[in-house]
Design a protein around this ligand. Structure first.
Ligand code: ANZ
Ligand code: ZN
Length: 803
C-alpha cells in the first residue's frame, strides 16, 4: 500500500475534474437549485492569500455538500479586476494594467485550482473584459434614464495620494480607506448615483435577511435614518427665517442660541459689520480643505455673527453663531443649540459663556441632574408643557408649532448619494458624451462598450482631470444626436461598479442580448448563500443591494434583494497575532503550505482552526495536526479496504450515525470546525476496531469529501469505485437508531429531581448544563440562589448544589 502522497493525488484529481467538466451547473437539470457564491477576488500581484482560502474553502465545502445532497449547485467565480493597486503596480513596472491583470488572473486561477475549489469555470467573468463592462456601462445608462445617475458640482473627498475622488464609504475617520492619507475636500464636477432614493427600502430590506447581526447593524447605522422636525426661527430685524433640523423638539425651550454651518448660504447676510472680519477669518479657516470629523474630539470653536434669532414660542432673542461642528451637508445646515441636554452644545456654551437652560429632569430624582443631561425624564421650564414626558412633549410641542406653520416633520439620513466618478485610468469609462449644444448625451446602446483606450502614459494628473482627457482621438467624437463634434466623459467608474451586479452575470455569462438572460435569472436567482469578508459590510454589500433594487424597480430582475443568506469570515491573522502584512514579514503563502502538507490538509486546517466567523492566528504546529489526521484517514481506509467485513460493530454503527447527523448539521450551519472534530472523534473509535464494514468506510470517506476532496476521491477509488464521488449520495443517518440510543438523565437541584433531559450519550457536561439551565422548573429552583458546585455523572445524573 503506497503512503499518502498529496502531491500526486491532488493533481490527478484536479485534472480529472477539469477534463470531465464535473462542476458545470446545468441550466436544464430538474433538480432543485442552489446558488453558492463567494466574493470574487481582486487579482492583485500578491496572489491568493490564506484569508481567501478560508472563504473559498467554506463556500466549496457547502457546494460539495449540497451536490451530494442532490442539489443542482451553481458555484461560479471570476475577477474583480479594475482598480488602483493594479494600476499603481503597472505604472511602476511600466506595463499596461490589462497585461498585468491577465498575468495576475492566470496566477490566481492556478492557485484556486490547486486548492481543489469546485467552481464552474465555464462561467468565469472578468470585470475588465469589454464584453463584461459593456453591461456595466449599460446598467449605468439605465440608471441615467431612471434619473438615478446625475452630475453635481460638489465638494467631495479627495485623496491627494491616490489622486482621485472617493465615496463617503471609502473614507474612514477622515482618511483614505486605501492608503491612509488624510482626505481633503475638493469641489469638483461628479457623477453621482442616487442611492438615497432607496434609503428606506435599503433599511426595510434588512429585516428579511439572514445575515450576521453586526453587518445588519452597520448598514442600519450607515443609512442612519433620523425622524425629527424642521423648525423655523425668525431673524431679528429682517423678514428672513432660519430653518433648523432637530430630533428633539421637546427641548425647544432649552434652545439658548442658534448655530449655522460656516458654509451656510446666509452667513454673510447674518453677519453684522462689526463682526465681518472675525466671521470671514473663521469661515476661511473652516473651509480649508482638511475634512474634520464633526463628532470627533477636536475642541469646538465658533464665532458670533452679531445677529439674533427669534425663538418661535417665547419670542426671546437668542444669538446666532457660526461653528464648524454644524455640517452643511446634514439637515438644513443649522441647529438650535440646547446646551443643557446635548454634549456638543454644552461644551460650546461653556467655552463661549452662552446661557444654559435645563428643560428636562430625571423622572425619579426630580430636579437633580448634572448637565448636560442626556437621559429621559420630565419636562420643566417649558411654559404649558411642564410635567409631560419627553415623548409626549416631542409630539405636543411639534404639534403646536405645526399649527402655527413654524415647523414640519422631517426625516434625515446619514446616507449620502454615491460619488461615482474617479479621475483614474483603470476603470470602466462612463458612457456619456458632452455636446455643447445637446448637453449630456448617453452613448447609444449600439455603440457600447465604450472601450478603454490603450495609453502609453496613464498616470493620474492630480488636477482632478482624468488621464483619459489627453487621448484626443478618443475624447473627440461626433455627438450622437447632432452633427457637431463633442467630447467623451473622461472620468471612470469606481472599483465597486463591476462587483455591483456580477452575481447576475454568472447565471448566463455568455449571453449577448442583455446583461443577463431572463430565463436563467428565473432558474438561479437569488443567491442562496453568500460568503465573504466583513470589510465589505457597508461598501460592496450596500452597493450591491442598491443596484439590485434599482434593477428590480426597472423590472429587470425578479427579486429586490440579491443575497438571502450571508456569512462573514473571520480573519486569518499572523502567527505573531498581528494582521498579516508584507512589512511585518508574517504573511503565509498558501503555495508554500500546499507544497509542505498538501491542499487537503490546508483546507482541513483552515476549516478547523476555529469558528468560521472568528479571527484566528495561524499556527504551524496545528497544520501538522491536520495533515496527521489525513494520514490516519489514509491508513485506515487503505489497510481496511481489502478485508472489510459485512458485519457492523454495534458501537461503531451508533457512533457513525451520530457523526453523520452531526457533520450534516454542522456543515449546514457553517460550523465547519465542529464537523471536523466529529470526524476526528469517529476516527479515534474506528481505528481501534479490528473489523470495519465497507459501508462504514464508505460513509467516512463521503463525509470527508467536502473538506478534503482529493484524498476522499482517491480512497473512494480504493474502495472499488470507478466514478468520482462528487455526485455520490451523502450518507443518511438512522433516526430510530439514534433515538433508541439516547439516555434519559435526571436533573437535580440540591439532590431533588427538578427535571430530566434526553440526549446522545457522551455529550459534554457543558452542553448538558446549558440545556439543564434552560428548563423552566430548574430555572425556578436556581433563581436567587448561587450555584456552588455542579456534580455530573456522565450520561447518568446532573446535580446543582446551591446556596
Ligand atoms: C436640538 C437638540 C437637543 C438636538 C438635544 C440633540 C439633542 P441625529 O440623531 O444624528 O440625526 N444637528 C442637526 N443638524 C445638524 C448638522 N447639520 N450638523 C451637526 N449637528 C446637527 O442628530 C440630530 C441632532 O443633531 C439634531 O437634534 C441637532 O441637534 C443636531 F438635547 O437639536 B438636536
Ligand atoms: Zn450635440
Amino acid at each position: 500500500m503506497p503512503s499518502y502522497d498529496p502531491k500526486a493525488i491532488e493533481s490527478k484529481w484536479q485534472k480529472r475534474w477539469l477534463d470531465e467538466n464535473i462542476f458545470a451547473a446545468s441550466d436544464q437539470a430538474p433538480k432543485k437549485k442552489m446558488y453558492i457564491l463567494d466574493m470574487f477576488p481582486y487579482p492583485s500581484g500578491d496572489g491568493l492569500h490564506v484569508g481567501h482560502v478560508k472563504i473559498y474553502t467554506a463556500s466549496d465545502v457547502v457546494s460539495r455538500y449540497l451536490r451530494m445532497k442532490g442539489f443542482n449547485v451553481l458555484h461560479p467565480t471570476g475577477w474583480d479586476a479594475f482598480g488602483l493597486p493594479t494600476e499603481n503596480t503597472a505604472i511602476k513596472k511600466g506595463i499596461q494594467p490589462s497585461v498585468l491583470t491577465a498575468q495576475n488572473v492566470t496566477r490566481f486561477r492556478q492557485q484556486m485550482q490547486q486548492m481543489g475549489f469546485s467552481y464552474d469555470w465555464n462561467r468565469e467573468v472578468n470585470t475588465t473584459d469589454p464584453e463584461y463592462y459593456k453591461w456595466t456601462q449599460w446598467i449605468f445608462l439605465r440608471m441615467f434614464q431612471m434619473g438615478l445617475a446625475y452630475q453635481a458640482h460638489i465638494p467631495i473627498n479627495w485623496c491627494p495620494s491616490c489622486k482621485t475622488g472617493l465615496a463617503n464609504e471609502e473614507v474612514i475617520d477622515g482618511k483614505c480607506d486605501r492608503c491612509g492619507t488624510q482626505v481633503e475636500e475638493k469641489p469638483m464636477r461628479q457623477w453621482m448615483l442616487k442611492i438615497t432614493k432607496y434609503a428606506d427600502q435599503l433599511l426595510e430590506g434588512l429585516g428579511g435577511l439572514d445575515w450576521p447581526k453586526f453587518v445588519l447593524d452597520l448598514q442600519h447605522n450607515w443609512i442612519g435614518r433620523s425622524e425629527g422636525a424642521e423648525i423655523s426661527f425668525g431673524i431679528d430685524g429682517t423678514s428672513n427665517e432660519l430653518s433648523v433640523f432637530t430630533t428633539r423638539p421637546d427641548t425647544l425651550f432649552g434652545a439658548t442660541y442658534v448655530v449655522v454651518s460656516p458654509n451656510h448660504p446666509l452667513v454673510a447676510e447674518l453677519t453684522v459689520p462689526q463682526q465681518q472680519a472675525a466671521v470671514a477669518a473663521y469661515v476661511a479657516e473652516a473651509q480649508k480643505p482638511i475634512r474634520l470629523d464633526p463628532k470627533g474630539e477636536k475642541e469646538k470653536s465658533g464665532v458670533f455673527t452679531g445677529s439674533y434669532a427669534i425663538h418661535p414660542v417665547t419670542n426671546a432673542k437668542i444669538p446666532i453663531w457660526v461653528a464648524d461642528y454644524v455640517l452643511m451637508s446634514y439637515g438644513s445646515g443649522a441647529i438650535m443649540a440646547v446646551p443643557a441636554h446635548d454634549e456638543r452644545d454644552f461644551a460650546f456654551a461653556k467655552k463661549y459663556n452662552l446661557p444654559i437652560q435645563q428643560v428636562i429632569v430625571p423622572a425619579k430624582a426630580q430636579g437633580e441632574a448634572t448637565l448636560p443631561y442626556i437621559g429621559d425624564g420630565v419636562i420643566i421650564n417649558s411654559e404649558g408643557f411642564d410635567g409631560l414626558s419627553v415623548t409626549e412633549a416631542q409630539r405636543m410641542i411639534l404639534q403646536k408649532l405645526q399649527l402655527q406653520g413654524k415647523a414640519k416633520k422631517a426625516v434625515q439620513y446619514k446616507l449620502r448619494d454615491w460619488v461615482f466618478s474617479r479621475q483614474r485610468y483603470w476603470g470602466e469609462p462612463i458612457p456619456i458624451i458632452h455636446c455643447e449644444k445637446c448637453g449630456v448625451v448617453p452613448v447609444p446602446e449600439k455603440d457600447l462598450p465604450v472601450r478603454l483606450p490603450e495609453m502609453d502614459k496613464y498616470e493620474p494628473t492630480g488636477t482632478g482631470e482624468s488621464p483619459l482627457a489627453t487621448v484626443e482621438e478618443w475624447v473627440n467624437v461626433k455627438c450622437p444626436t447632432c452633427p457637431r463634434m463633442a467630447k467623451r466623459e473622461t472620468n471612470t467608474m469606481p472599483q465597486w461598479a463591476g462587483s455591483s451586479w456580477y452575481w447576475l452575470r454568472y447565471v448566463s455569462p455568455h449571453y449577448t442580448q442583455a446583461f443577463t438572460d431572463p430565463a436563467a435569472m428565473q432558474k438561479w436567482l437569488p443567491v442562496d448563500v453568500y460568503v465573504g469578508g466583513s470589510e465589505h459590510a457597508v461598501l460592496h454589500l450596500l452597493y450591491a443591494r442598491f443596484w439590485q433594487k434599482a434593477l428590480h424597480a426597472a423590472g429587470l430582475v425578479p427579486q429586490d434583494e440579491p443575497f438571502k443568506r450571508f456569512r462573514a469570515v473571520g480573519l486569518v491573522i499572523g502567527e505573531d497575532g498581528q494582521k498579516m502584512s508584507k512589512s511585518r514579514g508574517n504573511v503565509i503563502n498558501p503555495d508554500d503550505v500546499v507544497v509542505q502538507v498538501g491542499a487537503d490538509a490546508l483546507r482541513v486546517y483552515e476549516m478547523f482552526m476555529g469558528p468560521f466567523e472568528a479571527s484566528v492566528a495561524w499556527n504551524t504546529s496545528s497544520i501538522k495536526g491536520s495533515r496527521r489526521f489525513l494520514d490516519r484517514m489514509w491508513d485506515l481506509v487503505a489497510t481496511r479496504a481489502a478485508q472489510a467485513s459485512d458485519q457492523e460493530d454495534v458501537e461503531v454503527e451508533l457512533m457513525l450515525h451520530q457523526t453523520i447527523r452531526h457533520v450534516s448539521e454542522s456543515t449546514e450551519n457553517f460550523k465547519f470546525n465542529t464537523a471536523i472534530s466529529g470526524l476526528m472523534e469517529l476516527l479515534n473509535v474506528v481505528e481501534s476496531k479490528p473489523m470495519l464494514s465497507k459501508k462504514t468506510l464508505e460513509s467516512i470517506v463521503l463525509m470527508l469529501a467536502p473538506y478534503a476532496p482529493h484524498i476522499a476521491e482517491e480512497l473512494w477509488e480504493q474502495l472499488g469505485h470507478t466514478q468520482s464521488l462528487v455526485y455520490e449520495r451523502w450518507p443518511s443517518f438512522n433516526q430510530k437508531l439514534l433515538a433508541k440510543a439516547q439516555v434519559t438523565v435526571p436533573i437535580q437541584v440540591n439532590g431533588k429531581v427538578r427535571g430530566q433531559l434526553q440526549f446522545d450519550p457522551g455529550i459534554s457536561q457543558e452542553e448538558v448544563e446549558k440545556r439543564a439551565r434552560a428548563l423552566t422548573n430548574v430555572q425556578k429552583h436556581l433563581e436567587g440562589k448561587t450555584v456552588v458546585k455542579v456534580i455530573y455523572v456522565p450520561d447518568r445524573l446532573l446535580n446543582f448544589v446551591v446556596k
